[in-house]
Design a protein around this ligand. Structure first.
Ligand code: BGC
Length: 420
């Protein structure tokens, strides 16, 4: 009898990648964020990846990844409302060509938090014109960039809304619930229409958003208010988007009030589901805080907290993957990583999370890829240059890149898991 071939745990086409975003590496003089954070004026080119990209792409080869997620910076491509910069487009095309020559699959993010300044000034997301502007940009990208199959329309649509429309800590800096709901509808509309545009130009395209998923827990298990908050947060953050992609209806649900339904044209507009996972959040009801909610990270299981103060909670990755499996689509972990000055910590974080991916694959979950965040140290939105998420350390004065042990270890993991 023929010996049966052992099924591989990580399939041959599993995407081992790293993820980056353009603005966080290269800044942009035309972006809303360039003036939003005054500290950036001291270091506007950040890692100067816009010039040093060829060297940085070689690092991907060194790591042995077969996939790379990066974003194109809208504000460089369309610095003024009626002006497209062909050189900027050619620049991103060159990145794609280099990746292809290295046999690395590009995954392109169209929107990763930043906007051209003119867009934010005249057509922010709560205005109807935002839809047309974003779709023209999408069509320009999809019709000109060649060799891209994987597309992310929006990185973390909920984070755009939470930061820009509820917390007010990111552009356009509003705290305005009604406008946040209009913006949400417009962003979802853009995703739905962009999905169709991408498929028109690239029939075999794989399109998704990269949705930030978290695990929530009550601050005090015995406290019924904390438990209600946990449920509400979980419904909003993890469930409502899945429901919206399945049904085309987004449900706004607050405790003790009737839910509101908003129609969003995104039913089935997904080919896979991109998940960014980092942490677990504990919640407490506190009437003195905004909307009665206080958030905290606690080191419950002894895995520690990251430089961002986030709890390291690898089991949460399994939870969110199981949750997202309800979509019956391939799942790709489009971001997962740790901010730390301590390389050992980075290695442990990576290993523990990849072990969870392995367990999920053994259990039959449809996970198709894992992208580590991130390649080299970069600019972190609210923390600046000290968060240190990179596999390679960047000296922000000399711009020198130095491999950390985490880079060596990731290369080893990719190699060893691919053989399993
Ligand atoms: C974002 C990245 C960010 C990372 C760490 C993700 O939510 O997509 O841009 O750097 O989190 O905060």
């Amino acid at each position: 009898m023929k010996e049966q071939k052992k099924k591989k745990i990580f399939p041959d086409d599993f995407q081992w990648g790293v993820a980056t975003s353009a603005f966080q590496l290269e800044g942009s003089p035309y972006a809303d964020w360039a003036t939003w954070d005054p500290a950036l004026s001291k270091n506007p080119r950040i890692t100067d990846h816009y010039t040093l990209y060829r060297e940085d792409l070689k690092l991907l080869k060194e790591l042995g990844v077969n996939a790379y997620r990066f974003s194109v910076e809208w504000s460089r491509i369309q610095p003024r409302e009626y002006n497209w910069d062909e050189e900027a487009i050619a620049h991103y095309q060159e990145i794609i060509d280099i990746l292809r020559s290295y046999h690395i699959e590009p995954m392109v993010t169209l929107h990763h938090f930043t906007h051209p300044r003119w867009f934010m000034e005249h057509h922010p997301w709560h205005r109807m014109a935002s839809i047309e502007k974003f779709l023209r940009y999408t069509e320009m990208m999809v019709s000109t960039l060649k060799g891209v199959k994987y597309w992310i329309t929006f990185n973390e649509p909920y984070v755009i809304l939470l930061g820009g429309y509820l917390e007010g800590c990111t552009p356009p800096g509003l705290r305005d619930v009604p406008r946040s709901l209009i913006a949400l509808k417009n962003i979802f509309t853009c995703h739905g229409k962009a999905y169709d545009i991408i498929h028109r130009y690239v029939p075999d395209a794989q399109v998704s958003v990269a949705h930030n998923m978290s695990v929530f827990a009550p601050w005090k298990k015995w406290n019924p208010f904390d438990r209600v908050l946990k449920k509400t947060a979980n419904y909003f953050y993890n469930h409502s988007i899945i429901h919206a992609f399945k049904t085309g209806i987004f449900i706004v649900k607050f405790p003790f009030s009737r839910p509101t339904e908003i129609e969003v044209p995104i039913k089935d507009k997904l080919d896979f589901f991109g998940i960014n996972y980092y942490t677990r959040i504990h919640l407490r009801f506190n009437p003195l805080k905004k909307m009665g909610v206080e958030l905290r990270h606690m080191d419950i299981d002894g895995h520690g907290l990251t430089n961002m103060g986030w709890e390291i909670h690898p089991r949460g990755l399994e939870k969110v993957l199981r949750y997202a499996s309800r979509l019956n689509l391939p799942l790709i972990i489009t971001e997962n990583g740790i901010a730390s000055h301590d390389t050992e910590e980075k290695v442990k974080y990576m290993k523990k999370h990849i072990d969870v991916v392995e367990k999920c694959l053994r259990d039959g979950l449809n996970v198709k890829g894992y992208y580590y965040w991130t390649l080299i140290d970069n600019y972190e939105w609210l923390q600046g240059l000290d968060a240190r998420f990179g596999l390679y350390r960047v000296d922000f004065t000399t711009l020198e890149r130095t491999p950390t042990y985490a880079a060596t270890y990731y290369a080893y993991l990719i190699q060893s898991r691919s053989d399993m």
